[in-house]
Design a protein around this ligand. Structure first.
Ligand code: SF4
Length: 227
């Protein structure tokens, strides 16, 4: 499999936020979100076997714990990624899969916690969500909307209500996008959508969703990679 980086940090954008976590970031993505902060994963990386990735995870976190498979889009490498996730589960790791929602998720092992994006209109990749994935969701999964405008918020709210997402998954996350070129100041003023404004909309509408900030960008310089 083609891997951009494997590193240990804190989980930063789900209900697992703040927990130590090993990240396996795979190379390649078939989407081009306008605010993407992972463009460095589109090319390059190194070729590793499932066994080599597993060994590196074990070295960084020898006593189990949280592992997140992310990218790029990890499900582009489904043939290797599914056995890797199964191997990590068998070893007692809690496995998160962060995915754009564009690929079919039916072959993801049931015990994997899927954190599935639904791309909003101003990402430039609206309408890419694979609706069949709604059938693959379980009560421990999470759905994430990254928002950069009021139009994105309205889309996310309407989609959440229409598909009764809050009744199907552990959490529906509304996350303000950070500016792609955010660097230096570790503050939410670097978001494309003001979190305070988003919070006020969510309170007014009593939305069954959780406001989620990318906390690693408030802890480290937002331009820092490998955290
Ligand atoms: S799906 Fe993720 S990695 Fe791909 S372009 Fe969008 S934000 Fe970037």
């Amino acid at each position: 499999m083609q891997v951009t980086e494997i590193y240990k940090s804190l989980q930063g954008e789900s209900t697992y936020t703040g927990l130590p976590c090993v990240f396996v970031r795979l190379t390649g993505c078939n989407l081009r979100c306008t605010w993407c902060d992972s463009e460095y994963t589109f090319q390059g990386g190194r070729k590793l076997t499932v066994e080599e990735v597993h060994d590196e995870v074990s070295r960084l976190s020898p006593n189990g714990g949280l592992v997140e498979i992310t990218g790029g889009e990890p499900m582009l490498q489904e043939r290797e990624v599914v056995p890797l996730m199964q191997r990590l589960l068998d070893d007692g790791y809690r496995v998160l899969l962060e995915t754009s929602g564009e690929r079919l998720l039916e072959r993801v092992p049931a015990r994997v916690i899927k954190i599935v994006d639904v791309k909003c209109p101003d990402s430039g990749e609206g309408d890419t969500f694979c609706l069949e994935n709604l059938e693959a969701l379980t009560a421990h999964d999470e759905i994430k909307f990254v928002l950069s405008s009021r139009a994105d918020y309205d889309f996310a709210r309407e989609f959440t209500e229409r598909h009764r997402l809050a009744e199907q998954v552990n959490a529906v996350l509304f996350s303000p996008a950070f500016r792609k070129d955010a660097a230096g100041a570790r503050t939410s003023s670097q978001c494309l959508l003001d979190p305070q404004e988003l919070a006020e909309w969510m309170i007014a509408d009593n939305v069954p969703a959780r406001l989620a900030l990318q906390v690693h960008k408030l802890i480290w310089d937002p331009a820092t990679k490998g955290v």
